[in-house]
Ligand binder design. Structure first.
Ligand code: MLC
Ligand code: AMP
Length: 511
C-alpha cells in the first residue's frame, strides 16, 4: 500500500531543481527545496507526537511553509485542517475543539494570545513561518522521508463550512476525493509543466488549496505565490503567468484598473473564476477588454469541483458549464429527489468520487444532506439549458457569498439577537459592487438600542470581519408572512439597490 496523494502530488518534486514557487519579492523556491521542507515538516509533525488520522489545525499567513505543512500532513496521513486567518479566537476555539486537534500552528506573533486557549483545551501550540518554533524543530530533521501508507479512502483534510443552524460542520475529504478532482481538472483545463499560475487566493479554502495548488502540483507546474490579492502586485507579476484562478471580485477589481488591457494579459492561456457567481456582464466586459473568455466553474467545499465551462468550445456567460467527467449531476425536486425534466429548475444533486465522506462526528447532519440513492444535495438551485450548460439560479440554503467567503445569516443573527437592545434581526445578502453580495443586518432595536459602532464592537469579538454587516437597516418590525416567518425575499427586493444608491451618493461601502 502506498500513499496516493503523496505519490501523485509531492513525490515528483523530490530532487527536482526546477522552479516551483516564485514569491512576491521575486525569490524562488525550487521543487527540490520545497520537497525537503515537506519532509522536514513531516518529521516534525511526528516528533510532536501526532500519528496518521490525528488532526493538525493551522491558522497562519499564506506562505510556502503553510503549503509545505499541507504536504507534510498528506505525507504522514495526518488530517489537515486549515482555518481562515480572519476567524476570531472564539471561532477558532470551536473548530479546534470540535475536531479534537492535537496541534495548532499559528503565526509567531500570535502564540501569546492563543496559549491560554490551547492550554485550556490541552492542545499543543507551535508557530509556523520565519522565526517559528515549528520551523526550528523541523530544521534539524532529515530531508528524506518514507510516506505513511494510506488507503485512498483515508481522510486527507477536514474543512469547516458554516451551517444553516449556525453550527459549523467539518467536511471530511478523503485522498480520493481530492486527487480524483485534481486529475480531472488538470486534463480538462490542459495544465502542463509549462504553466505558471498566478496564485493570489487564500490557501485555507477549497479554491486556493485544492483547486489551485493541487492542480499545479499534479501538472508539475509552477506558481507565483502572492500573500493576498493586491492589484499592484498582480499587475507587476502577471506578465510571468500563463493562468490565473480567482473569485469574481478579482475580475471586477482588475476591470476597474486602467492597467488591464489586451497587452498586459495577452500571453495568458486561461482565466478561471469560481466560488461565487460571475455576473454575465463581468464576463462580457472582460472579453471586450482583454479578448479572453473567462472560464467559469462551480464547486463547493463538500464536493470540490462539480462543473466547468469547456476549455475548447463556448464558455457561456452566466453559466457554470457542464458536469465534470465522472460527476453525475441531476436537477431534482428539492423534496422528493425525483429528477426533473430538462429546462426545469430544482435542487442540484451530485454524486461522484469527489463527493466528501460526510460531516465530522455529525452522522444525522450527513444523512440529512444525502438522498437515499447516494446523491448529495448541494443546496443550490439550478437548471440545465438546452445545450447542457448548468445555470445556477438561486440557493435553497440561506447563505450569503461575499467576495467568495460564505456567511450563514443564522450565525450573525444569533450574535445580534443576544445583544441587549436588539429585539430581532434578519441578516440578508444584498448586491455589492465589489464583493458581489454584502452582509446587511436588518434590525429592530428597542428605543434605547445600541448604536451601529457599539454593535460592530461587540460583533468583532465574536465574528470574523468578513461576516460582520457592511450596513445596518433599522425597521420598526420585520416583514412576516401569515405563518410568522420573516420574509427575507421581500427585504432583499426592497433594498436591492442599497449599495448602488450608496455609491451614487459617494458613500464608501467597503467597511
Ligand atoms: C475582506 N473583507 C471582506 C472580505 N474580504 N468583507 C466581506 N467579504 C470579503 N470577502 C473585509 C476586510 O476585512 C476589510 O475590513 C474590508 O472588508 C475591505 O477589505 P479589502 O482590503 O478590500 O479586502 P481584501 O483583503 O482585498 O480581500 C477581498 C478579497 C478576499 C475578495 C480579495 O476576500 C479574498 O481573497 N476572497 C477569496 C475567498 C476565497 O478564496 N473563497 C473560496 C472559498 S472555496 P476592514 O474592517 O479592515 O476595512 C469555495 C468553493 C469553490 O467557495 O467553489 O471555490
Ligand atoms: P463553499 O461552501 O465555500 O465551498 O461554497 C460553495 C458554494 O459557493 C456553492 O454551494 C455555490 O452556492 C457557490 N458557488 C461556487 N462556485 C459558484 C459559481 N461559479 N457560481 C455560483 N455559485 C457558486
Amino acid at each position: 500500500m502506498t500513499n496516493p496523494m503523496y505519490e501523485a502530488l509531492f513525490a515528483p518534486l523530490a530532487d527536482n531543481p526546477r522552479p516551483f514557487l516564485t514569491l512576491a519579492d521575486g525569490t524562488g523556491v525550487s521543487a527540490a527545496a520545497f520537497h525537503d521542507q515537506v519532509a522536514r515538516f513531516s518529521h516534525a509533525l511526528l516528533a510532536c507526537g501526532l500519528q496518521a488520522g490525528d488532526r493538525v489545525a493551522v491558522q497562519a499567513s499564506k506562505s510556502p511553509q503553510m503549503l509545505a505543512l499541507y504536504g507534510a500532513a498528506v505525507t504522514t496521513g495526518i488530517v489537515f485542517l486549515p482555518l481562515n486567518t480572519a476567524y476570531t479566537p472564539d471561532e477558532l476555539e470551536y473548530f479546534v475543539s470540535d475536531c479534537g486537534a492535537r496541534l495548532l500552528l499559528v503565526d509567531p506573533g500570535r502564540i501569546d494570545a492563543l496559549a491560554p486557549l490551547t492550554g485550556r483545551l490541552g492542545i499543543a501550540l507551535e508557530s509556523l513561518g520565519p522565526g517559528g518554533s515549528f520551523d526550528a524543530m523541523a530544521a534539524g530533521q532529515s530531508a528524506g522521508i518514507t510516506p505513511t501508507a494510506r488507503d485512498e479512502n483515508d481522510l486527507a483534510a477536514l474543512l469547516y463550512t458554516s451551517g444553516t443552524t449556525g453550527r459549523s460542520k467539518g467536511a471530511m475529504l478523503s485522498q480520493r476525493n481530492l486527487l480524483s478532482n485534481a486529475e480531472t481538472l488538470v486534463t480538462l483545463w490542459q495544465f502542463t509543466e509549462r504553466d505558471v499560475l498566478l496564485h493570489a487566493l487564500p490557501i485555507f479554502h477549497t479554491h486556493g488549496l485544492f483547486v489551485a495548488s493541487n492542480v499545479i502540483l499534479r501538472a508539475g507546474a509552477q506558481m507565483i505565490f502572492l500573500p493576498r490579492f493586491d492589484l499592484d502586485q498582480v499587475f507587476d507579476v502577471i506578465c510571468n503567468a500563463t493562468a490565473m484562478m480567482g473569485v469574481p471580485t478579482f475580475y471586477t477589481r482588475m476591470l476597474g484598473d486602467p492597467r488591464l488591457s489586451r497587452e498586459t494579459v495577452g500571453h495568458i492561456r486561461l482565466f478561471i473564476s469560481g466560488s461565487a457567481p460571475l455576473l454575465a456582464e463581468t464576463h462580457v466586459q472582460w472579453s471586450e477588454r482583454t479578448g479572453h473568455a473567462i472560464l467559469e466553474r462551480y464547486g463547493m467545499t463538500e464536493t470540490n469541483m462539480l462543473t466547468s465551462n469547456p476549455y475548447d468550445g463556448a464558455r457561456r456567460p452566466g453559466t457554470v458549464g457542464h458536469p465534470l467527467p465522472g460527476v453525475s449531476l441531476r436537477i431534482a425536486d428539492p423534496v422528493t429527489g425525483v429528477e426533473l425534466p430538462q429546462g426545469e429548475t430544482g435542487m442540484i444533486d451530485v454524486k461522484g468520487p469527489n463527493v466528501f465522506q460526510g460531516y465530522w462526528q455529525m452522522p444525522e447532519k450527513t444523512a440529512e444532506e444525502f438522498r437515499s440513492d447516494g446523491y448529495f444535495m448541494t443546496g443550490d438551485l439550478g437548471m440545465i439549458d438546452d445545450q447542457g450548460y448548468v445555470n445556477i439560479v438561486g440557493r435553497a440554503k440561506d447563505l450569503i457569498i461575499s467576495g467568495g467567503y460564505n456567511v450563514y445569516p443564522k450565525e450573525v443573527e444569533l450574535a445580534l439577537d443576544e445583544m441587549p437592545g436588539v429585539l430581532e434581526s434578519a441578516v440578508i445578502g444584498l448586491p455589492h459592487p465589489d464583493f458581489g453580495e454584502a452582509v446587511v443586518a436588518v434590525l429592530v432595536p428597542t428605543d434605547d438600542g445600541p448604536e451601529e459602532a457599539q454593535i460592530l464592537q461587540v460583533l468583532s469579538a465574536k465574528l470574523a470581519r468578513y461576516k460582520q454587516p457592511k450596513a445596518f437597516i433599522i425597521l420598526p418590525e420585520l416583514p412576516r408572512n401569515t405563518m410568522g416567518k420573516v420574509q427575507k425575499a421581500e427585504l432583499r427586493r426592497t433594498y436591492r439597490d442599497y449599495f448602488r444608491d450608496m455609491s451614487a451618493r459617494g458613500v464608501s461601502s467597503s467597511a
